[in-house]
Design a protein around this ligand. Structure first.
Ligand SMILES: Cc1ncc(COP(=O)(O)O)c(C=O)c1O
Length: 394
């Protein structure tokens, strides 16, 4: 923002004089640090002409399998496709019930609806924002076939409990891991598993702003099940088993070679990116942890938090006023998510009404996410926290 000064020239706002523009995510800053590597990798793909299913895709797949310690990674075009392909490969049929969280990004429920499966929405925990296992158990019917927990904002749902429920009722578990790639999950026996590899199948998105984001769209599916992996690979490629032999109706969902080349480089930085995000979260925790008007995000004992988002729950604060105040100081803030799924126009269903999912409804009305990314410095964090506190304390 530019101000006009008395000499009719433009001067910068105080914030701009101090630092560069604050963003929810700084993709350019992140790129600049690895620019030489990225530029070379992209040029190499262009010069190779292996744009689709080239060696970079296979190498990225192998790198990610190693990082996640999972038998199969199947790259695809985006995180929404990943969920859809996983559900198709599991053979879910129209009318089958799939339980998922009411508090999530729409894609989770969208694919359930698109495949004519029946989304069964349940409430979430108020403090970690992930699906409530007790609510899952209460929603199971003879038609239930799968559970889709979402590792919302970067921390895993209670997978050990969810897996036990699934086992008891013979259900598939599809992890929506679009927001928590790299997070470690510690089982009660002490074994550690990467988010997305803890159940039947896991799905992720490489949307640019994700913790592992490419420079376009991308996604992947993870599984340790050989037969399922074969089916997923086939469905993602037009249901093709052998070239031009199509065993079932599939989709066209590919990660392109340029994106794979970029992701290979960024994967090497993923743990350091998570550490940078955790440092930001710790700074925010320190500033807001004891404030009576906000609740900072809870850390569960069994999962790392890789902070795709840092989300506060406001208590008795006018969220719009806070957002407007922050905007006046050039501080962006986002609402993830403003409307519970059961209140979205496209997902209205006579089974659900306002008040059915009180935790989600309360969260949707009171959450606010602050900027968090890999390129934040102390000066920026100080500016954000001081201004937020100035509003909260007035
Ligand atoms: C929880 C969740 N599920 C699914 C998706 C869909 O991923 P994509 O945008 O790559 O299709 C996203 C992406 O925003 C997400 O956050």
């Amino acid at each position: 923002m530019l101000y006009r000064c008395c000499f009719n020239a433009y001067i910068r706002t105080p914030m701009e004089l101090l630092m560069k523009k604050i963003q929810m995510v700084d993709l350019i800053g992140q790129y600049q640090k690895i620019q030489a590597e990225i530029d070379k990798a992209v040029l190499d793909v262009i010069r190779s002409s292996a744009y689709i299913n080239g060696p970079e895709v296979k190498s990225f797949q192998a790198d990610l399998e190693k990082y996640l310690r999972v038998k199969h990674v199947i790259p695809c075009a985006n995180g929404t496709d990943a969920l859809q392909i996983a559900m198709m490969a599991l053979g879910l049929q129209p009318g089958d019930e799939v339980i998922t969280a009411d508090f999530t990004y729409v894609a989770t429920a969208e694919v359930i609806g698109l495949l004519k499966l029946k989304p069964v929405l349940v409430d979430v925990n108020p403090d970690d924002f992930t699906i409530d296992p007790k609510a899952i158990e209460a929603a199971i019917t003879p038609k239930t076939k799968a559970i889709v927990p979402v590792h919302l904002f970067g921390q895993c749902a209670d997978m050990e409990t969810i897996n036990a429920i699934a086992k008891k009722h013979n259900l598939y578990v599809i992890e929506d891991n679009d927001q928590a790639i790299g997070s470690n999950y510690t089982m009660k026996d002490g074994s550690v598993h990467k988010a997305g590899t803890i159940s039947t199948v896991g799905c992720t998105s490489f949307f640019p702003s994700k913790n592992l984001g490419c420079y376009g769209d991308g996604g992947a599916i993870f599984t340790n099940d050989d037969e399922l992996a074969k089916k997923i690979r086939m469905i993602a490629n037009h249901g093709q088993s052998v070239l031009y032999y199509h065993d079932e109706i599939g989709v066209n969902s590919r990660l392109d070679s340029i994106q794979a080349a970029i992701l290979r480089i960024k994967l090497r930085h993923l743990d350091e990116y998570a550490a940078a995000r955790q440092k930001v979260a710790a700074y925010y925790d320190k500033a807001f942890g004891s404030h009576p008007k906000v609740i900072v995000p809870k850390r569960v004992s069994f999962s790392d938090h890789v902070f795709h988002q840092y989300t506060l729950v406001l208590k008795g604060v006018d969220r719009n006023e806070l957002r407007t105040y922050l905007a006046s100081k050039d501080i962006p803030a986002m609402i993830y998510y403003p409307v519970p799924l059961h209140m979205q126009k496209a997902y209205r269903d006579p089974r659900y009404k306002e008040g059915d999912f009180p935790v989600t409804e309360k969260l949707c009305a009171n959450v606010i996410s602050l900027p968090i990314h890999t390129e934040m410095n102390e000066e920026t964090l100080n500016y954000i926290t001081e201004n937020t506190l100035a509003f909260l304390n007035q």
